[in-house]
Design a protein around this ligand. Structure first.
Ligand code: NI
Length: 392
């Protein structure tokens, strides 16, 4: 079977059986099966779900990691595709099935030329990206110890097939979550003066939070504060004693992030106190911003060109991505692969053009190969002192 057909079949199988974060058991089993069939070494780092494997290393050399995320979302699919999800309420609505098949495809291509590889390519099939918990599990497992650089890719519906979006520096946002409990005092709706209304207080909090991005963040900076859930009350004639707000904050710059989070706490506590309620704020830890190492940009562009893809410089995305945790520990670069989709990530009708499948696999294989070449030159260079490290 042609590689393209094989990868599309793999992607469709994953698409039919999506599994959410930390529950990717069948997905893990399937990936292990596909790797084993291709004679690719699987490494045991004790992960409950997810797979670590590797190709190359026959002659020593550096280790470069290629990362795919493998989890799906708790969304009911509405694409009407013949290979739509067979699991109610579960969907690969972020295209992680595409990422998994792409890294597998790259592994197959690298395996064919394994004896030419000047180092090792470690394949990371990471669980639980959607909950931003998988990258840290992989790091804690030791699977990336000794890795010189890590590369990752996300599909991008608004980029056409045949293009790769590359951007040194910030690419995706820090994603902090919050839960606010506004505690008042319940009363009969007819005598609000006998209570302290948490709905009115929470409503003022929602409104006041909108001033953070408009009054505390500069015109050349950026931050988004979104309240996405507002729960309160049980009956039309009762003032409840509690209101709960959830939401998320997105920033790209660490200094802006610190300022926005501090301001957020002041607004929540201040407005709540002014209206006679108390607010309990809990942060839901999210990943920091994806920040691409500029020293790896040229190498990434060369890989795209070698794979016959057009390179475009993309705008940063306000979405979060736990690949950022890897970049805190080792040099890393993350790109967007054009997939000509008709819907954004996480939409129930999200889709992608499968013609991107073989291009993506070829690009990742080339990227890893160039990475291995470059870092093996650096290793030789640091011993011999002949190579210029500035030209990563
Ligand atoms: Ni995603």
């Amino acid at each position: 079977m042609l590689l393209e057909d094989q990868l599309i079949a793999i992607r469709r199988q994953l698409h039919e059986y999506p599994e959410v974060s930390h529950e990717e058991y069948k997905t893990t089993e399937s990936i292990r099966g596909w790797l084993t069939e291709a004679g690719i070494r699987i490494l045991d780092y004790g992960l409950k779900t997810g797979v670590i494997a590797e190709v190359g290393g026959l002659r020593g050399g550096p280790v470069i990691a290629l990362r795919a995320d493998i989890d799906a979302l708790p969304i009911q699919e509405e694409t009407g595709l013949e290979y739509a999800s067979k699991i109610p309420g579960r969907m690969h609505a972020c295209g992680h099935d595409f990422h998994t098949a792409s890294v597998l495809g790259a592994a197959y291509l690298l395996k064919q030329r394994e004896d030419e590889l000047a180092g090792t390519v470690r394949l990371v099939f990471q669980p639980a990206e959607e909950r931003a918990e998988g990258a840290e599990l992989v790091l804690e497992s030791g699977a990336l110890d000794g890795v010189s650089a890590i590369f990752g890719m996300h599909n991008k519906p608004d980029l056409p097939v045949g293009t790769v979006g590359i951007r040194p520096g910030p690419l995706m946002a820090a994603a902090d979550g919050f839960v606010i409990e506004v505690l008042g005092q319940g009363t009969h709706a007819a005598v609000p003066e006998n209570g302290r209304d948490p709905i009115v207080a929470a409503s003022h909090i929602v409104t006041a939070l909108q001033t953070i991005s408009s009054r505390n963040v500069g015109s050349l900076e950026s931050a988004v504060v979104s309240v996405t859930r507002f729960h309160s009350g049980t009956a039309w004639n009762v003032v409840p004693d509690k209101a709960v707000l959830d939401g998320t904050i997105r920033t790209f710059d660490p200094e802006v992030r610190t300022r926005v989070l501090a301001r957020f706490e002041e607004v929540v506590r201040g407005v709540s106190a002014a209206l006679g309620t108390t607010a309990e704020l809990r942060w839901v830890k999210g990943p920091p911003a994806v920040h691409n190492d500029p020293a790896l940009a040229k190498l990434t562009t060369s890989a795209a060109e070698n794979a016959g893809l057009a390179v475009v410089e993309v705008e940063p995305s306000p979405a979060g991505e736990d690949f950022a945790y890897y970049q805190k520990r080792i040099p890393g670069f993350f790109v967007f692969m054009g997939t000509s989709g008709s819907r954004e990530w996480h939409h129930p009708a999200f889709d992608l053009d499968e013609r991107a499948m073989p291009l993506s696999a070829e690009f990742l294989a080339e990227w890893a190969k160039l990475g291995v070449d470059r870092f093996s030159t650096l290793q030789v260079g640091s011993r011999g002192g002949e190579e210029n490290q500035n030209d990563l």
